[in-house]
Ligand binder design. Structure first.
Ligand code: MOS
Length: 731
């Protein structure tokens, strides 16, 4: 289906089913433990267990692997190393190989899988595999490596053809001439996804056909990458991922569990299960790379920004890409003279890659502190300073407008609801018993991405509506909003729709990533439903132009029939996808918001507590306010983690992340988070897709870290530019 923006009667606009707060249709299955996650598939016979051996050096060469003792251990069926895995390729989305040998590219890169009758036997035997390495010196110190790191363009990594420095006007001259200036450096550390469900897969071969039940966000990408890695035809690979216990970007790509399960199953001639143990995930999979950022702002005394520059440096393995932390600075505020640039250092740490709101999440953590600092220098309220510098066009390409941009309303609405006017602009003035109290604000910004998405819809003879698409539900509510979409389009309640997801045998969807899943996947379902509506009208002999689907009835003019009559002569099946044409070039599609936070800092111990949080979001039509709120409060919680707790500690001698478990990598728990309020502005973005929806799940995180940092400054008067803001930094 070609998506047009022309006004017309769009059945989705009736909002009888979509746009309503609907409980998760998969909720009962999940809360009762009956939802089959990748590792829990039932009905497979003779399943064996694989346990991965990870490299104990970060960089070097395997000189010898001795598997004799492991092979002789009880229950062992097979052991696979690079030496006996055959020639392996590499997935497009993998930077490092998923099975090392003879070269080792990073710590805990898989070097072998041991397959045994039980998990315990596999684990015990894995400890008997002896690997000798010739270790070489690696590069593990980001600050050191950035001193000589080259500039890289755009978000396309070192091979991108985009210019290495984006400029508008004359930044240096305007900055030098500005009466009020800020030049400050910010640092964000490496983060790990720390999702609940570890990476896990079961592989089963039938001849040369591979089926993988695997916990994965992007089925079509990953099917391709499995075929590329195992050098097999695409059509011989099937991925099944109906339930995913969190991903946050860590499961966008194929990881070692899937590949080692496939190799282990081939060697064992039996289905094989592989899960990555928690202490293995951090260094074996991907992480959000640390950044060193510099922001320069120049403004007139009235608060108008005249010069804005954002530079960011990050590191990755050879052929990796930068953390695109300057992304939002290209679009968020006006300013005639602008510059953004990124440097990329080569590091031999584990692979860096996407984690929730890659680019904007760490970028906003810096930019929105800088805005707070600048407002103070100007003697302006930070809400007012942001409003003063709003823009309704892309500041780098003024002929491009934002399809919708309600940043100002988000800030104003939030300020009113939060009681911002009671904030004392002078830091360290407000006391509540032994607590110093402060308020902070930050803008929220995240781009919306339109991407192709397909689905199939069936209308059965019993009136059951079934949706089939390879879309995933990573805890986000995809099942529910897809049921609501089909319900709205076909005039049945969401409960009457059976949603089947996460199977590569179904039409390829947008998948779950980059906050694009909800809007695009439902738009694909919409397209399939438009086609089915035409078939229904045809079967019933109705004019499809004016047909209305409501309450199980199909009506055209003064004629009406039950929906089930259309399928009486046999099941109807329709499949289609959504396409966006040139829309993305004509309009800038972004989502906006404002975060308000109140913190308390204990005057005696220095302990910080979050006291109140509010997010106001403008992100197109909200398909299910309950699910969207859950996404945003989860994102706000993650934002608090990035502000106060999360940090992978780098061992710069041996090149690995030290705190590789949930005991030592701290994330917020319930006791850390107060009641969170979320407000969605009424918005419908008809430039985005026929659902008029955009993403919201990552918007909810962008800016939170800085709002917390700004509140801590307001409470204490200590400005910390180095995350996480632990008490040793402001005492
Ligand atoms: Mo998101 S980091 O694209 O899953």
């Amino acid at each position: 289906m070609k998506f047009e923006t022309a006004e017309g009667t769009n059945p989705i606009d009736r909002m009888k089913v979509i746009g309503r707060a609907h409980d998760r249709v998969d909720g009962p299955l999940k809360t009762s433990g009956l939802a089959p996650y990748a590792y829990e598939q039932k009905g497979l016979e003779n399943v064996a267990y694989g346990y991965i051996v990870g490299s104990s050096v970060a960089k070097g060469r395997i000189t010898r692997i001795d598997t004799a003792a492991a092979k002789a251990a009880p229950g062992v069926i097979a052991i696979v190393t690079a030496a006996d895995a055959g020639k392996l390729g590499k997935g497009k989305n993998n930077t490092a190989k998923l099975l090392a040998g003879p070269e080792v590219e990073h710590y805990h890169q898989a070097v072998a899988v041991v397959v045994a009758e039980t998990f315990e036997q596999a684990r015990a035997a894995a400890s008997l595999v002896r690997v000798d390495y010739a270790r070489v010196k690696g590069r593990f110190d980001l600050a050191e490596e950035l001193k000589t790191a080259p500039l890289v363009g755009g978000s396309g990594g070192p091979n991108s053809s985009a210019p290495p420095i984006d400029r508008v006007g004359k930044f240096e001259e305007a900055f030098a001439a500005a009466p009020v200036k800020l030049d400050a450096a910010y640092h964000t550390p490496d983060h790990t996804h720390a999702m609940m469900e570890p990476h896990a897969s079961i592989a089963a071969w039938k001849g040369d056909e591979l089926t993988l039940w695997t916990s994965n966000q992007m089925i079509a990408w990953s099917k391709r990458d499995i075929a590329l890695t195992l050098n097999m035809p695409l059509e011989k690979v099937r991925l099944i991922s109906p339930y995913v216990g969190g991903g946050f970007g860590g499961k966008l790509f194929v990881r070692a569990d899937a590949i080692m399960a496939a190799l282990g199953a081939k060697a064992a001639k039996r289905p094989v299960k592989v899960a990555l143990p928690r202490p293995f995930i951090t260094n074996n999979t991907t992480h959000r790379p640390a950044t060193h950022q510099r922001i320069r702002l120049g403004a007139n005394t009235d608060g108008t920004i005249t010069a804005i520059a954002h530079e960011s440096g990050s590191g990755d393995l050879p052929d990796g890409g930068p953390e695109t932390a300057v992304q939002q600075t290209k679009l968020l505020y006006a300013g005639a003279n602008r510059m953004t640039a990124m440097r990329l250092a080569v590091l031999d740490l584990p692979e860096g890659n996407a984690m929730r709101a890659p680019g904007e999440a760490p970028g906003m953590m810096a930019l929105e502190i800088a805005m707070d600092e600048m407002a103070e220098k100007l003697g302006m309220d930070p809400v007012e300073f942001r409003i003063r510098n709003d823009t309704q066009v892309d500041p780098e390409k003024p002929q491009r407008q934002f399809s919708q941009r309600q940043l100002v309303r988000c800030l104003q609405e939030g300020a009113t609801r939060f009681g911002w006017s009671k904030r004392n602009a002078k830091p360290a003035q407000v006391r509540d018993g032994q607590w110093l109290v402060g308020m902070g604000v930050a803008a929220a910004f995240r781009n919306h991405i339109s991407t192709k998405s397909a689905a199939r819809v069936r209308l059965g003879r019993d009136e059951t509506v079934t949706i089939e698409t390879d879309m995933t539900d990573i805890g986000t509510g995809s099942y529910t909003i897809i049921a609501q979409t089909a319900g709205e389009m076909l005039g049945v309640p969401a409960e009457a729709v059976v949603v089947k997801l996460g199977d590569s045998a179904f039409p390829a969807s947008a998948g779950s990533g980059g906050q694009w899943g909800a809007a695009n996947a439902t738009a694909g379902v919409y397209a399939a439903c438009v086609k089915l509506r035409e078939q229904v009208a045809q079967r019933l002999g109705f004019n499809s132009a004016d047909v209305v689907f409501d309450a199980g009835q199909v009506t055209s003019g003064n004629r009406s029939a039950a929906l089930r009559e259309a399928a009486a002569a046999g099941e109807l099946v329709a499949e289609d996808h959504i396409e966006f044409g040139k829309l993305g070039e004509e309009w800038q599609l972004s989502t906006f918001g404002a975060h308000f936070v109140e913190v308390g800092v204990n005057a005696y111990t220095g302990v910080s507590r979050i006291r109140r949080m509010l997010a106001v979001c403008a992100a197109g039509r909200i398909l299910n306010p309950k699910a969207a709120r859950s996404q945003v409060i989860g994102a706000m919680t993650m934002g608090v983690g990035s502000a106060l707790m999360e940090e992978l500690a780098v061992d710069k001698r041996f090149g690995f992340f030290v705190n590789h478990d949930l005991a030592s990598y701290e994330v917020p728990v319930h006791a850390d988070i107060p009641h969170q309020e979320v407000v969605f502005l009424d918005e419908a973005d008809d430039k985005a897709n026929p659902m008029k929806a955009k993403g919201v799940g990552e918007l909810g995180m962008c800016g939170v870290g800085a709002a917390v940092a700004n509140a801590l400054y307001n409470a204490t008067g200590a400005r910390v530019r180095d995350y996480p803001i632990t008490l040793d930094k402001y005492l």
